[in-house]
Structures are given as C-alpha cells and as structure tokens.
Design a protein around this ligand. Sequence first.
Ligand SMILES: *Cc1c(COP(=O)(O)O)cnc(C)c1O
Length: 371
Amino acid sequence: MTEQRKIAIPADLLPSDGRFGSGPSRIVSSFVDDLASLGTSYLGTSHRRPRVRNVVASIREGLTSLYDLPDGYEVVLGVGGATSFWDAAAFGLIENRSAHFVCGEFSEKFASVVAGAPHLDDPVVIAAEYGSAPVPEEVAGVDATSYIHNETSTGVTAPFLRIGDSLVVVDGTSAAGVIPLDVRSFDAYYFSPQKALGSEGGLWLALVSPAAIERIESINASDRWIPPFLSLSGALSNSRKDQTYNTPALTTLYLLDRQIALTLADGGLESAFRTSSASAQHLYTWAESHAYASPFVEDKRFRSPTVVTIDIDASLSADSIAVALRDNGIVDVEGYRKLGRNQLRVATFPNIPTADVLALTACIDYVIEVM
Ligand SMILES: *Cc1c(COP(=O)(O)O)cnc(C)c1O
C-alpha cells in the first residue's frame, strides 16, 4: 500500500477534542485529572472497603435515579462487560428457549452464544437486514426475548416491546445514559460503561425487574451447573453489598460514577438525549445534503441518535478520509470493520458537544476538497 499524502487541516476548523469513537468513547478529561489526584487514596485500595464500596453504592443509586426505577427493580453489576453478560444470561436468565431480534454484530453475538449452549434449546432468531431493525412480534414457546436498544455496529435504534409473557432482555450498551425508555417494558437492561456512558470497560451493569430476579433465583436453585464467575445470583448478592464477585477495575467504577452524576446534574436522560439527537441530526442532514455522502440507515425511524453511520460514495475512500482525519488528531470514525462498507461511523454521545460534531463535518469537507 502506498502511503497517503498527508493533509493538514487548518487549526481553526478542528474540534476541541478529536475523539469520536463509539467505544471506548470520549471520557470527560477533568474526571481523569481528578482520578489522578486520588492516586494514593482511592487507586490501589481494597474493593471490599468503604472507599470503593461507596462508589459502587453511588453508581447503583445514580442509575436508580436516572432510570427512575420502580420498587423491586435492582442494579446488578459484575466484571467482564456486556460480552460476559451474554454468557451469564445463557446460564442464569434463559430457562429453555429464547427469541432474538437481531440487526447487527452485537445482537447476533448474543444469539450465537445461546445457540452454542448445550443446555438450551435452539433459539428463535428474527433478523433484519443490516441498516434496518426487526419488527417485534410474538414468538411462541420462548421464556426470554432479546432485543437491542441501539445496534452499535450499524447505527440502528430498534424499537422493543413486551409481547407475551417471556422475560424481555435488552442490550443497552450504546444507549444507556442517553435514550429514554419505559422501564416497565424490560426485565433486564444490560450494558457496558465505555460507550454511551463514557467510562472505561471491563464491567457489565444490568437493571433487573422483580420477574428477572425471580428467574435468576429459580434457575440458581435448579440442578443446572453455572460457572461461579457467570452466576447472576452471585452477582445479585454481591451487588446488594455494593461489591462485585471478583476484583473490578477501580478506574472504571470511578469514571462511571462521575459520568452518571454529570448526566443527572445536566438534566438526566431527556437532556442527554436532546444533546445526542441534535448532533446526530446535524450529521444526517449533512450527509443528505452532500452528493458524496448518505445516511446508511434509510428509514428515519431507525436512525440512531448516538451512533451515526454514513455511507461514502464509491468515488471516494472512507478509509482514506479516516486516515487523513487521524493524521490531524481526529480518531475512530472508521466504519465498523465487519460491516465491510465504504462508511464512516461517528459517535454522538453527550460527552461530545454538538459544536465538535459541526467541526468534524467541516474537517471532512476540507479533507474531501483537497484530497
Ligand atoms: C460494545 C458492545 C458490546 C460488547 O461490550 P464489551 O464491553 O466489549 O463486552 C455489546 N453490545 C453492544 C451493543 C456494544 O456496543
């Protein structure tokens, strides 16, 4: 491959911060500075002691407020990220058979975990084409139904509904902390904190309903073998004590706690959603008004407010645009690899001010003009 000629974008066009990735996503820099100042009083101290457990308690209380959780709902957390929650759910949340509404890489991954679990029946998979979303429908004979609130790989926000009486299990990783939802429409809403919630990775969190808790405890009491690390019952009992089964990253906990507090102070989900939507709308409008760009998600109802995917005309290379931006400190706008399209993908999480998104499109325009 020949090296691409370097393009210098004029400094006055550049955004205040070059991070536009969908995860790990932009973290508020002052939180990182504050964390450094806690280098000897918080980092390197026991996660079983009040200093750290108070942070976990604050995260659990913060999420309870942010989502206005009704009595009986609980915030559960464990080490490992949303990926390990899929394994935990296959062991501890699905009784026999689940239905999966899939529309991209992440929703497919959960379905394939379940398909590989020898103790479960083959899942029912209802798939939509990439760039679209499946229509929720009643599936007979399942005890859990899996949806994704926002498919990070394709930039699709999918509707989900409680249909029938199975547990509703929703991946909220790139929506949590931004897209409002009716809490009574799910039983488990799980996510990793390094995407919409602008923190670090390695942790999963789940908001669970009384019905989900009942299911977790009844499977736990059955004779199914459950690896201790993946036990949701174990996660539940540890979470109630404001700790995790094994050692978490204290950095992740600290940053997440600060981000949740910021979201609450800034007006909660409604306000976060407004910020993200304004940024996303700018990008979609920008793409629609340029001959060389178009929104990948055609149906406006499914366009994500937090992860925007833009197809680039075949006469230009999206990868070359991304390389030119990267040379100028603007990073992680490459399309999702496995989608394999000539595409840019831009996060519009609330930590990224709309002014930076405006600056980003000005930089893309500049790069294309001189390329
Ligand atoms: C990133 C992502 C995951 C996986 O998260 P990890 O923290 O890497 O396990 C799962 N679901 C969605 C929607 C994601 O965006």
